[in-house]
Design a protein around this ligand. Structure first.
Ligand code: NI
Length: 387
């Protein structure tokens, strides 16, 4: 097990890679030049088994250990950026207006590359490591597609791990928990179909705006009055569209939103009850609804054995107290959840210091965190694949 000092030598070089990636952010599956950069680096480390073009622009590279036969573990980094105009004022700010690495995926990619360089040089483990670089984490499909395209079977991956930076957590600290660590994510649309007319004659109309307003309030009571207060469900109405003029009551109103939960039973409840609540309120006032509900990302569940491995690897790197093993789950979602559905594994958070929050125009990945991330990956591999 190595302390973080082992990885300080790599920090300068990996910082350069990170800042280069930061300047050229790409979105979704269109991470072509990022993938080329990653592939070139991997080849320069002497890694000869590199497969590109998985889920369009994803990469899997395999490093074989020199301590004998053993299983393969997967380490995942995400490569995509966000459609945000950067306002970090850093010298390495985005060169592409309207696109920005505002979630630190540049840092995640650079850390996995740093670990790849170290592991390819030392190979002090049995079995193999599969480095997974995925596109399209932000829109939630890249991880799923890589699983659908068979990477787990094709590369015989038996366990899979991922890491994400967390602003507000000190650099050098880690956070993880067993069980649910990020929420399931669903979206819904409700169209309230009333009867339009003159604003001066409301009695001759069925006003969809008033009904939509009642539905919004009704949905909040599903959380506050129908959900066990010790269990987590968030229902947020995030879009409301209706009307064209001051003196017209419109025919219809549309509202959309998101439901997130840490329990699959609450997911079924949300889907059923959001519709029933909207339907019931609309009918009470003589309107009808159209309802659509989409399950987007699964609940992200850390597995016990792999969570313990992750804790051990992090505690080898930094003092035990710097690794919070009861970190609170987040109500955000993460498409690494699809990989954790396919194989046991664990997702850990790494401190990014007092930076702006992720998805904020002033955010920047903290390069001081790089040796911690690289060291975590190396310790994890040498622990999980100890000879
Ligand atoms: Ni992210």
């Amino acid at each position: 097990m190595h302390s973080v000092e082992t990885f300080r030598d790599l920090q300068g070089e990996v910082t350069e890679w990170r800042r280069y990636l930061h300047q050229y952010p790409e979105l979704g599956y269109q991470v072509h030049s990022t993938a080329r950069f990653v592939t070139k680096k991997l080849a320069s480390f002497g890694i000869d088994h590199i497969e590109t073009g998985i889920a369009e622009t994803g990469i899997v590279a395999v490093i074989q250990g020199e301590r004998g036969d053993g299983p393969t573990i997967g380490l995942r980094a995400d490569m995509d950026a966000l459609p945000i105009l950067e306002a970090s004022n850093k010298p390495w700010s985005s060169q592409i207006p309207g696109k920005m690495h505002a979630c630190g995926h540049d840092g995640h990619t650079a850390m996995l590359l740093g670990a790849a360089k170290y592991l390819a040089n030392t190979r002090n483990f049995k079995g193999s490591v599969a480095l997974i670089f995925q596109p399209a984490e932000e829109d939630g499909c890249g991880g799923q597609r890589m699983v659908q395209e068979g990477i787990m079977d094709r590369f015989s991956i038996s366990r899979v791990f991922a890491m994400h930076n967390r602003p507000g957590m000190e650099v050098g600290k880690f956070g993880i928990c067993d069980g649910p660590i990020a929420a399931a994510l669903d979206e819904f649309d409700i169209v309230v179909k009333g009867r339009g007319g003159h604003a001066a004659g409301p009695h001759q109309t069925i006003d969809p705006i008033v009904i939509a307003a009642q539905i919004i309030v009704g949905l909040q009571t599903l959380v506050s009055r129908n959900t066990d207060p010790t269990e987590s469900l968030v229902i947020s109405v995030t879009k409301l569209n209706a009307g064209t003029a001051y003196n017209i009551i419109p025919e219809s109103a549309e509202l959309s939103g998101t439901a997130r939960t840490l329990l699959s039973s609450l997911r079924d409840f949300a889907e059923r009850q959001i519709e029933a609540c909207a339907q019931g309120i609309a009918r009470a006032f003589g309107a009808e609804i159209e309802f659509r509900y989409r399950r987007l990302e699964p609940l992200m569940l850390n597995h016990t054995e792999e969570t313990n491995l992750a804790i051990k690897a992090a505690r080898g790197l930094v003092e035990a107290a710097a690794v919070d093993d009861k970190s609170k789950p987040s109500m955000g979602s993460e498409d690494f959840a699809y990989m954790l559905e396919a194989r046991p594994g664990a997702y850990i958070r790494i401190g990014n210091g007092p930076t702006a929050s992720v998805h904020h125009p002033a955010y920047d990945f903290n390069d001081e965190a790089l040796p911690y991330g690289i060291g975590y990956w190396v310790n994890l591999v040498e622990t999980a694949l100890a000879a």
